[in-house]
Design a protein around this ligand. Structure first.
Ligand SMILES: Nc1ncnc2c1ncn2[C@@H]1O[C@H](COP(=O)(O)OP(=O)(O)OP(=O)(O)O)[C@@H](O)[C@H]1O
Length: 311
């Protein structure tokens, strides 16, 4: 349904995206991750037809997606991007901002859809406010409402929930989840959060320096990272020095007695214990480094742990 072939983007002779190729079936979900500046937003804008690739092609349902140099009005009718600038109609009210995306529908549908989206995003009481008077989080919610009103076939979300509090975020995420499934909408989401990536990513694409270095499931990334960068993205990683090299393990990957003969014993000194809800986070010193160990209850006084190396 979406086919990306050797996309290259250059800004002032600097290669930002280098030979990006992948494809997605209708209804699939992909999360793009990678360090700041690796090209995620540039790729989303290119996929939305808002940025002209220097080389390569994009096809959506068998048709070529034309970039801004090939279209009078940049963009694509069935591909919608919620980016970090929100791109609202600043001098229109919240309601008008949503209504402008519903022009093709009759008045009864428009009203009920506007009410549904205002309720979902908790913006009812701001419905008559001008968009440029909203807070950052309110603007983000309005941008999401507009993208959903547009009824896209491919939804592109650039860190869409990063300004929302836990409850609202949960509610909006659940709604989008059901909505996408109901209409079999394809999703590409850019995220900096491991939790969000695991929540949304059937497939996760890791970008480094404008290249795709790995596409895999979240569980494979978590359990079998190829390096510290990948490991660190998906959660805390402990690193300790052992017999001439570094070994890595996650905060729950330890035992108080050796469980396998390849387990490595590490001497630890407790620094502090932090209550984190359903678990306790223990900070230990190992040489001049700190490590973190999770346990449901505070750990008894220990001087050593046993670990197996993660990669
Ligand atoms: N219009 C532009 N002109 C020149 N360089 C640009 C332009 N837009 C982006 N860049 C550069 O391209 C690189 C990739 O930027 P991009 O915004 O795609 O990264 P990102 O992975 O989304 O980063 P972040 O996670 O910080 O949002 C960066 O080095 C950025 O400075």
């Amino acid at each position: 349904m979406l086919v990306v072939e050797k996309i290259k983007v250059k800004f002032e002779d600097k290669i930002i995206l280098n030979n990006i190729s992948f494809s997605l079936e209708k209804g699939e979900r992909l999360v793009m991750v990678g360090q700041s500046g690796c090209g995620k937003t540039t790729l989303l804008k290119t996929l939305a037809g808002l940025l002209q690739p220097t080389a390569g092609s994009l096809y959506f349902d068998g048709e070529k997606v034309r970039g801004p140099a090939e279209r009078l009005v940049p963009g694509h009718d069935r591909i919608k991007l919620v980016n970090q600038d929100f791109e609202l109609d600043n001098f229109h009210t919240v309601t008008e901002n949503i209504r402008l995306k519903l022009l093709a529908f009759d008045d009864a549908y428009k009203s009920s859809r506007i009410n549904e989206l205002l309720k979902l995003t908790g913006l009812q009481k701001y419905s008559q406010r001008l968009a440029n008077t909203l807070s950052g989080g309110q603007k983000q919610r309005l941008a999401i409402a507009r993208a959903l009103a547009d009824e896209p076939d491919l939804l592109l979300l650039d860190e869409p929930f990063n300004q929302l509090d836990f409850n609202l975020r949960n509610k909006i995420e659940n709604y989008i989840d059901v909505y996408l499934k109901k209409y079999n909408i394809t999703l590409i989401l850019v995220s900096h959060s491991a939790e969000e990536t695991m929540r949304w990513g059937e497939k996760v694409m890791f970008l480094k320096g404008g290249k795709v270095v790995r596409t895999d499931s979240p569980i494979n990334f978590y359990q079998a990272p190829t390096d510290k960068l990948e490991a660190g993205f998906f959660g805390i990683i402990n690193t300790v020095y052992h017999q001439g090299g570094d070994i890595h393990f996650r905060p729950h990957q330890y035992a108080l007695t050796a469980t396998k003969n390849r387990d490595i014993e590490i001497a630890v000194t407790l620094e502090k214990v932090v209550f984190k809800g359903w678990y306790y986070d223990h900070v230990f010193k190992v040489g001049n480094r700190k490590i973190y160990l999770y346990n449901e209850k505070p750990l008894p006084s220990i001087q050593s742990i046993f670990v197996a190396t993660l990669f």
